[in-house]
Ligand binder design. Structure first.
Ligand SMILES: Cc1cc2nc3c(=O)[nH]c(=O)nc-3n(C[C@H](O)[C@H](O)[C@H](O)COP(=O)(O)OP(=O)(O)OC[C@H]3O[C@@H](n4cnc5c(N)ncnc54)[C@H](O)[C@@H]3O)c2cc1C
Length: 409
């Protein structure tokens, strides 16, 4: 009988998946799962359709209290873990200590707030990270007629799409020259720009908020650096996330953009692991550390980290990938490395403006490292590319253009 004690901080997809797998691997262990939100695991990637009123709130919930009881996972909701004391192998919660044999940091991140004039105290500036954020914003959208989305990230896109889908006059303010500017070149950006405009979004590139004009803590208009004044009923911010790294303070856990860990997802302190959005993990295929903020990555980390927390030796070597619809008429698929992480990658690409299709493949020296596809029906061959990346296949310069024609086999 195992008497191992597992503590997991963060009950998102990474943390809850780890708890589930730990229970299977170590049936008689004790598992404490802490989360500072009020809910058991819910599906964060279902929040955009919830905000667009395309699904009911009940569809977003993935686990209930009974599930945790059934698997003897002690769930502590609404409970923020305050401190880790690695030398005593325990954590502190409201002054009480819980001892662990293996600890998981699956703390995700929080939206970057705006520090600009007028932001502090404004009641109609919204973030879009949690179920509660979504409920608050959705209620406000019932009566609003116009809105401004701010930022060049995926979250800013989701906000702009929800605003326009709910019938609001929508302005989208992007500081850079296009949406996802570090990932996409100008041509790819122009396809997504066309999709946004086709749905009726007013785009403003190369401009950013100068201040929020407020009356009684309500933003009435957004003033931009280039002198625009956009009257609005509300503002949605998508300025990126700040990873919750505060638990590393006062410890020797190495941090950079996340908790730095190896390909077993173990941090610089043996017995302390990290997973999901908060983990800056080593990818042995790409041969580098990075953080990956995707749903699939969080779940895959949860499975692997459970094995290692239970004393196993499993390496994480998945190729990151995601696909997303972009407004009504476009879609994006990305896999492997991209210029966002490695601006030095060499690119071959093809644009078919009539079809609205775009393909870019990225090479690290001779090795295929990743790709980006745009177009709803432009995903053929993805499996072949992923296999080639996994096999570390190399291609001479004169062979690379032909790879753009790969179809499913
Ligand atoms: C609106 C939205 C849409 C998205 N759409 C997509 C998509 O289409 N595709 C995709 O791949 N990804 C998408 N993502 C990203 C994806 O949801 C995340 O990558 C994933 O949910 C991360 O899971 P996680 O378990 O690592 O972290 P989280 O889900 O962030 O969970 C971490 C939890 O830990 C809690 N916590 C932090 N510190 C403490 C502490 N000290 N004590 C207790 N609890 C703590 C946090 O409050 C949080 O509840 C989206 C995200 C959002 C917000």
């Amino acid at each position: 009988m195992s008497s191992r004690r597992y503590i997991i901080i963060g009950n998102g997809f990474a943390g809850t998946t780890a708890a589930e797998h730990l229970r299977k691997l170590d049936p008689s262990s004790s598992i404490h799962l802490f989360g500072d939100e009020a809910y058991p695991l819910y599906n964060r990637i279902a929040l955009p359709p919830l905000l667009r009123k395309q699904i009911a709130a009940s569809k977003v919930m993935m686990r209930d209290l009974a599930w945790h009881e059934k698997y003897a996972i002690e769930l502590h909701l609404g409970t923020r873990v305050e401190r880790i004391i690695p030398e005593e192998k325990c954590i502190l919660v409201h002054g009480r200590s819980y001892a662990y044999d293996a600890l998981l940091l699956a703390t995700g991140g929080a939206p970057q707030p705006s520090q600009l004039p007028g932001a502090a105290g404004a009641q109609n500036i919204f973030h879009f990270q949690s179920f509660d954020d979504t409920q608050l914003l959705s209620e406000r959208l019932e009566t609003a007629r116009c809105a401004v989305a701010v930022g060049g990230s995926f979250i800013a896109y989701e906000l702009a799409e929800a605003f326009v889908a709910r019938g609001l006059e929508t302005h989208w303010l992007i500081r850079g020259p296009r949406f996802l500017r570090r990932l996409l070149d100008e041509d790819a950006g122009s396809l997504l720009d066309a999709a946004a405009r086709a749905d009726g979004v007013h785009l403003h590139y190369g401009d950013e908020v100068a201040s929020f004009e407020t009356v009684n803590n309500q933003v009435q208009a957004v003033q931009t650096q280039r002198g625009l004044r956009l009257p609005t009923d509300l503002v949605g911010l998508g300025l990126g996330i700040q990873i919750h790294l505060d638990l590393a303070i006062g410890t020797t856990i190495a941090t950079a953009t996340g908790f730095v860990c190896d390909d077993r997802l173990e941090t610089s302190i043996p017995g302390i692991f990290a997973a999901g959005d908060a983990a800056e993990f080593f990818d042995p295929i790409a041969q580098m550390h990075y953080r990956m903020g995707t749903w699939n990555n969080a779940g895959a980390h949860g499975k692997v980290v459970a094995i290692n927390m239970a004393g196993g030796d499993q390496r994480y070597h998945d190729i990151p990938e995601y696909s997303s619809k972009i407004f009504s008429d476009q879609a994006i698929t990305q896999f492997g490395l991209s210029p966002e992480l490695r601006p030095d990658l060499h690119m071959v690409r093809r644009l078919d403006r009539n079809e609205g299709h775009y393909r870019a493949l990225f090479f690290d020296g001779d090795r295929l490292a990743g790709g980006v596809f745009i177009g709803k029906t432009n995903r053929a061959g993805k499996r072949r590319y992923l296999d080639a990346i996994k096999a570390r296949a190399t291609f001479a310069a004169n062979e690379r253009e032909a790879l753009l024609d790969w179809k499913a086999v």
